[in-house]
Design a protein around this ligand. Structure first.
Ligand code: SAM
Ligand code: ZN
Length: 262
C-alpha cells in the first residue's frame, strides 16, 4: 500500500530510502526504518521517553499477554490485507498482530520515542510518525484498524476504511486494575465500559478479556500505575501508599469493541 503525501495528497513512492511524490515532497526513512509523515510534527508530542520505557518494561514482562493473545486470535481469523494499528505506542501489540497475518501492517503514533523503539524491534511492520486524526492514507484503502488505549479518530477511521472494513477499539473493562485502585484510593470506583457510539459505525460485537496478574515488585507496580490515567490525578498521600507496595495481585479486564461501517 502506498502512503498519501501529507503536503499535496499525491501518492508517495519509495525511491531507495526516501518516499517521494510527483511534486517532489520527500520524506527520508530513518535508520531503523520508520518515516515521519506528520504534518505539524513537534518532538514533544505523544508519549515521552520515560513513559515509553516504563510501559515497555511492564508490557515486555507479559503482564497483559491475555489481551495480546486475544488480539492475535482476532487478527489471525480475519487475516486483513491491510491493517492499521493506530496510536501503536512501542508496538507491543502491533508486532504480535503482524505475526498473525499474512497482510501488511502499518502502525502510527505521534511519539517519536515510541515509533523509534517499535521500528528497532519489529522489521515486519511499517512504522510511521503521524497523527491518527490525519493519516497519510487514501480513502477506503484499509481493511482493519485497531486502536488500543488511545483516542478514537472516528471521522478519519471512517474515511480510510474500506466499505466492509472493521474497526477494533480496546479499552479498560469494568474491573480493570480494581485491586490496584483499592490499594491506593479510599474509594475505588469501577470503570464504565459501555461501548462508545461512533458516528458512521455500528457496533457488531463487544467481548471481554479477563485475567489476574501478580505484579512482583514495586518498580513494576509503579510502571503499571504510570500507564493509567490515574497517574495525573493522584495526591501525594495516595502516591505514598503506592510506593509502599511490594507485590500486588490485581484483575486485568479489557473491553474489545468491533465496529463496521454503516
Ligand atoms: C496509552 S498509549 C497506548 C499505546 C499502545 N496502543 C499500547 O496499548 O501499548 C497511547 C498512545 O497514543 C499516542 N497518541 C496519542 N494521541 C495521538 C494522536 N493524535 N496520534 C497518534 N498517536 C497518538 C501516544 O503517543 C501513545 O503512544
Ligand atoms: Zn506531495
Amino acid at each position: 500500500m502506498n502512503y498519501r503525501c501529507p503536503v499535496c495528497q499525491k501518492t508517495l513512492k519509495l525511491k531507495e530510502r526516501t518516499l517521494v511524490c510527483d511534486n517532489r515532497h520527500s520524506f527520508d526513512l530513518a535508520k531503523s526504518g520508520y518515516v515521519n509523515l506528520c504534518r505539524n510534527f513537534k518532538p514533544t508530542q505523544g508519549d515521552n521517553k520515560e513513559m515509553v520505557q516504563s510501559r515497555t518494561a511492564f508490557l515486555e514482562k507479559g503482564y497483559y499477554h491475555a489481551l495480546a493473545d486475544e488480539m492475535v486470535k482476532i487478527v489471525s481469523e480475519m487475516n486483513p490485507a491491510v491493517l492499521f494499528d493506530c496510536a501503536c505506542g512501542q508496538g507491543y501489540y502491533t508486532r504480535q498482530m503482524k505475526e498473525a497475518t499474512t497482510g501488511e501492517v502499518h502502525a502510527f503514533d505521534m511519539s517519536r520515542e515510541a515509533i523509534l523503539h517499535a521500528s528497532k524491534k519489529d522489521k515486519a511492520s511499517s512504522y510511521v510518525i503521524a497523527s491518527i486524526f490525519d493519516l497519510p492514507a487514501f480513502n477506503q484503502s484499509v481493511d482493519c484498524i485497531t486502536v488500543l488505549f488511545a483516542p478514537t479518530a472516528t471521522e478519519e477511521f471512517h474515511r480510510v476504511l474500506k466499505q466492509d472494513g472493521v474497526l477494533i477499539t480496546v479499552g479498560p473493562g469494568e474491573d480493570h486494575l480494581f485491586e490496584l485502585k483499592a490499594a491506593v484510593y479510599d474509594q475505588p470506583y469501577k470503570n464504565d465500559d459501555t461501548p462508545a457510539v461512533l458516528d458512521g459505525f455500528k457496533l457488531v460485537e463487544q467481548r471481554f478479556v479477563e485475567d489476574e496478574i501478580l505484579v512482583e515488585c514495586n518498580e513494576d507496580i509503579q510502571a503499571l500505575f504510570m500507564m493509567t490515567p490515574y497517574t495525573y490525578k493522584t495526591s501525594e498521600k495516595d502516591m505514598q501508599k503506592l510506593r509502599a507496595l511490594n507485590t500486588l495481585k490485581t484483575r486485568v479486564h479489557f473491553s474489545i469493541c468491533v465496529y463496521k461501517k454503516k
